[in-house]
Design a protein around this ligand. Structure first.
Ligand code: IMP
Ligand code: MG
Length: 193
């Protein structure tokens, strides 16, 4: 699944013989949307904000979002929580595990959980419950992509950059079997066979 050609945001890119990437959200669209989101978050004037990025999928989104937050006048601290429910598959396994925990304590703090995709809701629901149980004063959530798919766990994101359907997306930090995280845009992997 290596890219065989350089691509621009608007092109279909060859991947393997049977797969192609269709760009869903371009680099420019993402940047514009993140600026707006950051302004909305900053408007709440969160006190001593702690951004908790859910790894691995949110690392690119979180990196851009914290710089957009800085641009909007905030100075968040950042920590990372590695959760897994997907493994090698495109289908959620149903259980969420902590693979690497936070370094910082969250009790009494305003926390913004940042994740790449809200799909079944299991991951975000788990992270919200975990940080609330640890005594966070306020837990807010922000996702890059809110999938309009049936939720297994009833959770909504306080902030979301984009909506999409049930299709599996890659790029901008998101992977399938560890590939495509490096793409600067969000794309749908299409099977051409
Ligand atoms: P949920 O727990 O089913 O809501 O799934 C959320 C997690 O699954 C996200 O943190 C993603 O890492 C992963 N995920 C769900 N859908 C996709 C997708 O389309 N592409 C890449 N990762 C996804
Ligand atoms: Mg994830």
């Amino acid at each position: 699944m290596t890219l065989q050609s350089q691509q621009t945001d608007d092109q279909m890119a060859d991947t393997s013989n049977s797969e192609a990437l269709r760009v869903l959200f371009s680099q420019a669209e993402i940047a514009q949307r993140l600026d707006k989101l950051a302004r909305e978050i900053a408007a709440l004037e969160p006190d001593q904000l702690l951004v908790v990025a859910i790894l691995k999928g949110s690392f690119v989104f979180a990196a851009d979002l914290i710089r957009a937050l800085h641009h909007s006048g905030l100075d968040p601290q950042v920590d990372f929580l590695t959760l897994s429910s997907y493994r090698q598959s495109k289908v959620s396994s149903g259980t969420v595990e902590i693979l690497r925990d936070l370094d910082l304590a969250v009790d009494g703090r305003t926390v913004l959980i940042v994740d790449d995709v809200l799909d079944s809701g299991r991951t975000l629901g788990f992270a919200k419950d975990l940080l609330s149980a640890r005594g966070a004063a306020r837990v807010m959530t922000c996702v890059l992509i809110d999938k309009k798919a049936p939720r297994a766990v009833d959770v909504t994101a306080d902030f979301r950059a984009f909506d999409c359907g049930a299709e599996f997306v890659v790029g901008y930090g998101m992977d399938v079997a560890h590939c495509y995280r490096e793409l600067p845009f969000v794309a749908v992997l299409e099977d051409e066979t």
